[in-house]
Ligand binder design. Structure first.
Ligand code: ATP
Length: 475
């Protein structure tokens, strides 16, 4: 069995080999930290998206979904604080010209120390980050003799802020007024539409607005496959509440979001909460839900108590009132907001990492192994694979009849090439929960063999029950 790092490399190779994730523009040697989803990846990603959307909107009568544009008026990002604040402290090595995010550089060094020394170093770093003490951070790096991995030297520049937003020009005239940004988060599309949705949907506080969409960040250190990308997708929900109730709603959403993750069957020990030490400029409380990836516990979702910061800022910059009249207490106010924000691509990576298993199936007689993706059936790209045992005797016709019966309801895959064993293994590798084999007995008694991915058990069931059996497992 692989070690965790080897396992991660194996997962990356598996994603490529089985059509889940490709490097963007691979024929041109790729574009750093940008990825494309292949035929099975696109299905899995869409299923994760649908699962989130359904649980946030359909199952919550007080949450509605929108789809705002990626481009927004440039003042949006002035008001939100992204133009001035959306930056990370960076440091360059003068010999290699390689740029590092200061926290990543120090964290990398901390991992090479004893657990106590590493923790002490990180505590010092957190303190300096909280104070925005850039000179102190540089001294910390120098005192600990933290080297550049390329040049091997400690010849560092000053620590500087670097804005993570991509900008582009709107229209053909290149002047400053036409400079716009690719949104670095989807949340602002929700804030600027707060009143539109509240009024047209006759929404009463508390209520939420959900959105799924692309976000763009010019990440300096883009590593770990699709964990940190420059173009990625977020699934965010802003929940608008009465001022003063934020603590209660924050706790509620923390718990609710963790339960969403656990509803997919993941071992609870793989998750934990991590409170933010340095709060973003808009938050009065923030926590990350972290999952144990093969490279350690890392953030997959953030829950933030964003106060009334964003709406108040937009009110001030747009000169339009963004208030709500609460008939229960006869008061006008700018609502407070609890945000839940999860990266779709990170959730995809989590799902694959959690599902990936290399199994040794050797017997004394024969060496054997398989790679299986134990995906939750509702997320699997293909729900049902249908195999005629042979290409003749009317078996393909029966198999195609079953395909036609099932495919309007869920994604099916038909295959008649190779041995049944090989066909099973290919489906295991993409996480198909059920395979059906049509054989000669099917013609006699109308039964088929269903083979279960995780247990590899096989049983005979009536052909007429296949569709409902699968449907019951995927809703
Ligand atoms: P990080 O600390 O990892 O940079 P963040 O705290 O800046 O993340 P948020 O702004 O809270 O992230 O964004 C919410 C979610 O969006 C994150 O929990 C993560 O799942 C996802 N996300 C953020 N940046 C990226 C990225 N560059 N690539 C992929 N997903 C991302």
């Amino acid at each position: 069995m692989s070690t965790d790092q080897n396992k991660f490399q194996a997962i990356i190779s598996h994603c490529k080999e089985y059509g889940f994730v490709f490097q963007s523009s691979e024929i041109y040697d790729g574009l750093s930290a940008v990825y494309d989803y292949g035929q099975y990846g696109a299905e899995l990603k869409k299923n994760i998206k649908d699962y989130w959307w359904k649980s946030m909107t359909q199952l919550h009568e007080d949450i509605v979904g929108i789809d705002a544009a990626i481009f927004m008026h440039p003042t949006t990002w002035k008001a939100s604080g992204h133009v001035d604040n959306f930056s990370d402290p960076m440091i360059d090595n003068k010999d290699s010209n390689k740029r590092y995010r200061v926290d990543h550089l120090i964290e990398g060094h901390a991992e090479t120390l004893s657990p106590e020394a590493g923790e002490a170093l990180l505590a010092q770093m957190d303190e300096l980050l909280k104070e925005n003490d850039f000179a102190g951070l540089k001294t910390l790096i120098e005192e600990n003799k933290i080297k550049c991995s390329v040049s091997g030297t400690v010849n560092w520049t000053e620590v500087r802020q670097f804005n993570l937003m991509f900008s582009t020009q709107l229209g053909s005239v290149t002047d400053e007024a036409s400079e716009i940004y690719l949104r670095p988060e989807t949340a602002q599309g929700i804030f600027v539409n707060f009143l539109n949705v509240q009024k047209t949907g006759r929404m009463k506080i508390p209520f939420g607005i959900a959105q799924i969409g692309k976000a763009f960040r010019n990440e300096i250190v883009a590593r770990q496959f699709i964990f940190r990308m420059r173009e990625f997708e977020q699934m965010e929900m802003q929940f608008f509440i009465r001022p003063g109730t934020q603590k209660e709603w924050y706790e509620k959403w923390k718990e609710e979001r963790l339960q969403w993750h656990l509803s997919l069957g993941t071992d609870p020990a793989k998750y934990h909460f991590k409170d933010h030490i340095k709060l973003a400029h808009y938050a009065d409380a923030a926590v990350d839900i972290e999952y144990e990836f093969p490279f350690g516990f890392k953030e997959v979702e953030g829950i933030h108590s964003r106060t009334d910061f964003d709406l108040k800022q937009h009110q001030e910059f747009s000169k339009k009132k963004l208030q709500y009249f609460d008939t229960e207490i006869n008061q006008n106010y700018v609502p407070y907001v609890i945000e839940t924000s999860i990266g779709l691509d990170r959730m995809f990576l989590l799902t694959i990492c959690n599902a990936y298993e290399e199994q040794d199936l050797s017997t004394p007689e024969k060496a054997d192994s398989r790679v299986v993706l134990k995906l939750p059936a509702k997320l699997s790209p293909i729900k049902l694979a249908i195999f005629p045992l042979t290409k003749k005797d009317g078996l393909p016709e029966l198999a195609k009849e079953l395909m036609n019966e099932c495919k309007p309801f869920f994604h099916c895959y038909y295959e008649e090439k190779d041995s049944i064993g090989k066909r099973y293994r290919r489906q295991d590798a993409i996480g198909t929960p059920f395979c059906i084999t049509i054989d000669h007995q099917t013609k006699e008694d109308g039964t088929v063999t269903i083979r279960h991915r995780d247990s590899m058990e096989q049983e005979r069931i009536p052909l007429s029950e296949v569709r409902n059996l699968v449907l019951n497992k995927i809703v």
